[in-house]
Ligand binder design. Structure first.
Ligand code: NAP
Length: 353
């Protein structure tokens, strides 16, 4: 008697669950591979000024090339003046109708100095409108073996540098461009968060925390900006093969070129977007199937590998001003080397970049 109710009830629940899973999977696949591209949206910004911070770096440089190809005029902002100048010349040669201006700026300077420099630059160049802001400057200032040192061993000044580099400088640039975007009548802001905002990054907790801040900040501010016809999107990529992560290679790493292609393909979708299919698959499997803990183990493996690479470089060349700071303790170094060796075998086979 009872089974005549129980069996159909369980069967209905089963069918509904399978249907729901199928629906979610289809929606996810559509979103990752098929949804309409941002081309029409981006074409509205043709001829507008686009400010890119960290423009001379791996990802920033690729963005600059693609955006110039789409007819946007560029304001390149970076600490590396030589690389920017070389970029300016090659962009002008490739896209003669596009204007390219450069501003050498250290985003780690005091905020009022950075803001003063930006203001002076806009005045000197007679620019009163901006259409697009892309905040690419960011990364792990404390990369290397130091990040594997215990919290109490890391100098406070260094803890704060990751926050300033990734969060404070980004907020400053966003608030700086707002009046210029309002004047322009439309705007697009693209920020670089990271997948580490979801799973954490053992070894670089300040970096992961800063990227999580950007992710939630973007969620929270999206509505407010929309009223002024400004779209904001925070990208949450996994590993990209740039100097920031010591050119790590591996099946789930994306090249800067392919990442930027996908990012611009989806930039209007906001507020949070993990654009590259490889990264989106890792995120989906990590979050829904294997669990965040597994993702964190993967991130840790990569982080030990990065530390190992930084340490081996250190023996060959002196550290730069903004470069990694290393723990000199030989026992600590040995621990990192062993961990990198062990974990990259078990979790993440990578070949040298
Ligand atoms: N690469 C990844 O795997 C990955 C993953 C997720 C998210 N992201 C995020 O994506 C963004 C771009 O990453 P990326 O790999 O392209 O970085 P990158 O190769 O390190 O490029 C960063 C650029 O910013 C410049 N820069 C450094 N310090 C600066 C300062 N104080 N002021 C102004 N510019 C400064 C760098 O110049 P120098 O070369 O002279 O230092 C470089 O040109 C970052 O926000 C990063 O956190 C990257």
């Amino acid at each position: 008697m009872l089974s005549s109710y129980v069996v159909p009830a369980f069967a209905t629940i089963g069918v509904c669950s399978v249907a729901l899973c199928a629906f979610n999977l289809t929606r996810w696949a559509y979103d990752v591979f098929l949804a309409p591209s941002s081309d029409a949206f981006l074409s509205k910004f043709r001829g507008d000024w686009c400010m890119i911070t960290g423009a001379a770096g791996g990802t920033g440089r690729c963005f600059a090339e693609r955006l110039a190809a789409k007819g946007l005029n560029l304001i390149l902002v970076d600490i590396n003046e030589g690389a920017m100048e070389e970029m300016r010349r090659s962009l002008r040669a490739l896209f003669p109708s596009v204007e390219v201006k450069t501003l050498r700026l250290d985003l780690m300077e005091e905020m009022r100095v950075v803001e003063g420099n930006l203001k002076a630059f806009m005045q000197d160049n007679g620019i009163d409108k901006i259409g697009v802001l892309l905040c690419c400057a960011g990364g792990v200032v404390s990369a290397g073996s130091l990040c594997h040192a215990l919290l109490r061993e890391r100098p406070l000044s260094l803890l704060y540098r990751d926050v300033q580099y990734n969060v404070s400088s980004t907020l400053l640039c966003c608030s700086f461009v707002l009046p210029y975007m309002k004047h322009n009548g439309r705007g697009l802001i693209m920020l670089m968060s990271s997948m580490s905002a979801l799973a954490g990054l053992p070894g670089s907790p300040e970096y992961a925390g800063a990227k999580a801040y950007l992710r939630l900040w973007t969620w929270s501010i999206e509505e407010e900006l929309r009223r002024d016809n400004i779209t904001i999107t925070a990208f949450t990529p996994g590993f990209i093969t740039t100097p920031l992560c010591q050119n790590l290679r591996g099946p789930i790493c994306a090249t800067p070129e392919s990442f930027v292609k996908w990012a611009l393909h989806k930039c209007h979708r906001g507020p949070i977007c993990n654009p590259h299919p490889k990264h989106a698959i890792v995120e989906a499997i990590g979050v829904n199937i294997l669990g965040i803990k597994y993702m964190r183990q993967q991130a840790e493996a990569a982080s030990f590998e990065i530390a190992r690479r930084v340490m081996s470089q250190k023996q060959q060349q002196p550290p730069s001003k903004n470069g990694p700071v290393l723990v000199e303790d030989p026992r600590e170094k040995e621990r990192i080397l062993k961990a990198a060796q062990k974990r990259s075998i078990f979790f993440w086979p990578m070949t040298a970049g």
